[in-house]
Design a protein around this ligand. Structure first.
Ligand SMILES: Cc1ncc(COP(=O)(O)O)c(C=O)c1O
Length: 365
């Protein structure tokens, strides 16, 4: 058995006991009248969280399944897409896009800095792009990108806007329809407070023309196929494949918690806890990697004690039973990340982390 650790990583997150309990319930069938009514309620709850009147699809898989579906269903074979990026998950978007179209353009901003709107606007003016795709919270650093402003830019150029909200949905303010986001992708294991296993894709009404005319390859992650089954089998089996029934039931309990708290109150709680955590980290002598103004509210990155990041994280894990995350790519070994989403956006959770770090810093000196 693996040791039980408190997960203070940017996903999967610690989920509430009532969410976990559902995972152990006897299985139900993924079809029939009762299931269909239940499933449609789930989609309705997701619509409230995305703040959209569009369609929502739940893919058994992870967030990347959702991203693959979004990019593949709109870009194949030669859609021209711009991907402004500032870290590992922006590069991941690029990698997925390149598997569907050769017409991928990027603007590379320094890691740890925010995406510059002026540079994006200049590129769009010269470009004839079909789509822009961008990460909302760049989880590898905790930089929050200006998605609302990017959406406005895309609208003014009549360009499709696809957002990776895997680590921001239900953590950060995000209003899909009001801001003008066309496709928004997330996953179950972060802000949605449930176990990993589901990719979530919300598709705005404007996008269907493009999806219906794109010659998307494949079947499983093809949004056109999912829409067809929603219509064709809508009254008994509103998805083309066997669904991850218990994951979906757990997601419902996670979403009930979210909607009961209220989205605005929830965003405010995440903001407040982030401020308290950042202040606490400064007080114990650590340096924050990302400036306050562009910091996300679900993941905080910290410049580690020189060449001792791994040692510090090992202390916190072994002595205190708390799992923190290192980082990816060029930042590996230089920064570490603290995830504080959902139930972990609490004073009690961050106080435990701060105490463990304070002791760890002393121990590794
Ligand atoms: C911003 C972002 N995009 C994409 C992914 C990939 O999601 P998954 O691992 O669920 O496929 C992650 C995972 O952490 C992420 O944080």
């Amino acid at each position: 058995m693996m040791k039980r650790l408190r997960l203070m990583i940017p996903g999967p997150i610690e989920v509430a006991p009532e969410v976990l309990a559902v995972m152990a319930e006897p299985l139900v069938a993924h079809y029939g009248k009762e299931w269909t009514v239940f499933y449609k309620e789930i989609l309705g709850m997701l619509r409230r969280i995305f703040q959209t009147d569009g369609d929502v699809f739940l893919f058994p898989g992870s967030g990347s399944a959702g991203l693959d579906a979004a990019l593949g269903s709109t870009l194949f074979p030669d859609g021209k897409v711009l991907i402004p990026q500032n870290g590992f998950f922006g590069e991941r978007l690029e990698e997925i896009a390149r598997s569907y179209t050769t017409n991928v353009h990027t603007i590379d901003f320094p890691v740890g800095r925010v995406i510059d709107l002026g540079a994006v606007e200049r590129t769009l003016q010269d470009g004839n792009f079909d789509a822009v795709a961008c990460v909302h919270c760049e989880t590898s650093t905790g930089v929050l990108n200006p998605i609302q402003e990017l959406a406005t830019l895309c609208r003014s150029h009549g360009i499709l806007f696809i957002v990776d909200a895997v680590s921001s949905l239900a953590v950060e303010s995000l209003e899909m329809d009001a801001w003008g986001i066309d496709i928004c992708v997330s996953a179950s294991q972060k802000g949605l407070e449930s176990p990993p296993g589901l990719g979530v894709v919300a598709v705005g009404k404007r996008v269907w023309d493009r999806i219906n005319h794109a010659k998307s390859p494949g079947w499983y992650l093809n949004l056109k196929v999912w829409k067809e089954y929603t219509e064709k089998w809508g009254d008994w089996h509103p998805h083309p494949v066997t669904q991850a029934v218990n994951n979906i039931k757990a997601l419902r309990v996670g979403m009930e918690r979210i909607l009961k708290e209220g989205l605005d109150a929830r965003f405010e709680r995440h903001r407040k806890i982030t401020q308290q955590l950042r202040q606490g980290l400064r007080e114990i002598g650590l340096t924050l990697y990302v400036p306050d103004e562009i910091a996300s509210h679900g993941v905080t990155s910290v410049l580690g004690p020189d060449s001792k990041v791994d040692e510090l994280l090992a202390y916190v894990r072994k002595q205190k039973g708390i799992l923190l995350a290192g980082s990816l790519g060029l930042l590996k070994g230089k920064i570490f990340r603290i995830g504080h989403m959902g139930p972990s956006a609490s004073k009690e959770a961050i106080d435990e982390v701060l105490t463990a770090l304070r002791k760890g810093l002393r121990a590794i000196q």
